[in-house]
Design a protein around this ligand. Structure first.
Ligand code: AMP
Length: 396
């Protein structure tokens, strides 16, 4: 059985076609610059040459058609016809408070995705277009929505309510939702398996450290707290997002620079984080290189990044009254041993001890703590596409 996984961003579409008989990727690819000049499809079929097509893509509907064409193409395709696709799994950013699990898309589901446009203005509209484009191109085929917020719906009120008048929660559902849920769910489940923990008596902290970054406290297999909030802006310092700041900063800069609230949020989302602090790049490799070459701002940006992660780890240990395992995932978490060492060197108060040789490994599943470490520490590569495909298969 073959499942197509789609992840539509505001101007991009990532896809994977997965053969669920052995969970192998038959083809994957990316449509970039949808709706702007220079649109491009990069299609990577397993065992064949990469195919690149530069052609206008005015919207996601066009992009979906090009992806399906590429998948069935006689030269670089991997299936004979779209009939071979059993269902499509869609990553959907925001399911609000309605969905705590993935669901087969129907009119009600689309209504909720639409109602959440305000909460996910860049992604939810693109996610819905992706779903409707698949409905049009492959009538009768099941589409499954896998929400980035779903895993965090088990958070208790004390974790998800903001310290603001309750009327805003009642009137507008202003609360913390959390994101990267598919990754936190996939990685925490795998950690419990890999480390032999008792799911019903386990305390796991998942550190999803990529360009976007978030931590979650997973108590007995369920999300208890997470660092992102109403939107992905809250929490850690990220590639381009500020993470937590005093909201008064917004008013102060807006007044001084004559900017409105939308411009300010654009700065906090796209021009801040390690990019804004270092003035170098949002890519941690570039910032680390600059820091090594003596760039003070780059050095401090990385130090602040590490400190914010440590702050959240400390908070989550306190909230759960302990921790059995700390797990690193995503671009930085999976690849940057130096960064992992910087975190772990400050976690000796928990009894964390890591094996420096094992910590040098990159991008593979590995337990990096020593046998006598009081807390287990592991690297578990995230695989959001496979998690979406598994959820889709389970629902169809
Ligand atoms: P993601 O959003 O999960 O794709 O992660 C992207 C981030 O991972 C980028 O900021 C990269 O700098 C970072 N990254 C990827 N590979 C490495 C590496 N080998 N060392 C340090 N950072 C890396």
């Amino acid at each position: 059985m073959k499942i197509l996984v789609l992840n539509c961003g505001s101007s991009s579409l990532k896809y994977q076609l997965i053969d669920m008989d052995n969970e192998s990727v038959l083809a994957k690819g990316l449509c970039e610059r949808i709706g702007i000049d220079g649109s491009k499809l990069t299609h990577k079929p397993a065992g064949k040459d990469e195919f690149v097509l530069e052609t206008p893509m005015n919207n996601h509907e066009v992009a979906v058609k090009l992806v399906l064409d590429a998948l069935v193409d006689s030269a670089h395709g991997v299936i004979g016809s779209v009939d071979e696709i059993s269902a499509v799994g869609h990553r959907v950013l925001h399911g609000g408070a309605t969905y705590s699990e993935s669901i087969v898309v129907d009119a009600d589901v689309k209504k909720v995705i639409r109602e959440c446009f305000e909460l996910g203005p860049l992604h939810n509209p693109a996610n819905l277009i992706g779903i409707e484009a698949c409905e049009a191109a492959m009538p009768g085929k099941k589409n499954v929505a896998v929400f980035d917020t779903a895993f965090h719906q088990t958070m208790p009120e004390k974790s998800y309510l903001y310290g603001i008048p309750y009327e805003y929660y009642e009137k507008y559902h202003i609360r913390r939702y959390g994101f990267h849920g598919t990754s936190h769910s996939f990685v925490s489940k795998r950690a419990i398996e890999l480390l032999g923990l008792d799911k019903n008596n386990s305390k796991v902290i998942v550190c999803h450290l990529g360009n976007g970054a978030s931590l979650s406290a997973v108590l007995n297999g369920k999300c208890f707290d997470t660092s992102m909030g109403l939107t992905p802006l809250e929490g850690l310092i990220m590639g381009t997002r500020s993470g937590d700041i005093d909201p008064a900063v917004i008013q102060f800069i807006a007044n001084k620079e004559g900017k409105d609230i939308n411009e300010m949020l654009n700065i906090l989302n796209k021009k801040s984080g390690v990019l804004g602090m270092s003035g170098v790049s949002s890519d941690f490799r570039d910032v680390a290189k600059a820091a090594k070459e003596g760039n003070h701002q780059a050095k401090v940006a990385l130090e602040a990044y590490v400190q914010r992660v440590l702050r959240y780890i400390g908070a989550y240990v306190a909230e759960m009254n302990g921790v059995d395992a700390i797990v690193f995932t995503a671009g930085v978490g999976e690849n940057d041993g130096g960064m992992r060492k910087a975190f772990c060197d400050n976690l000796t108060y928990l009894g964390v001890k890591i094996d420096d040789e094992k910590n040098k490994l990159r991008g593979e599943e590995v337990v990096i703590s020593t046998p006598d470490s009081k807390v287990k520490v592991a690297v578990i590569p995230t695989n959001e596409e496979l998690a979406i495909a598994r959820e889709t298969l389970a629902l169809i």
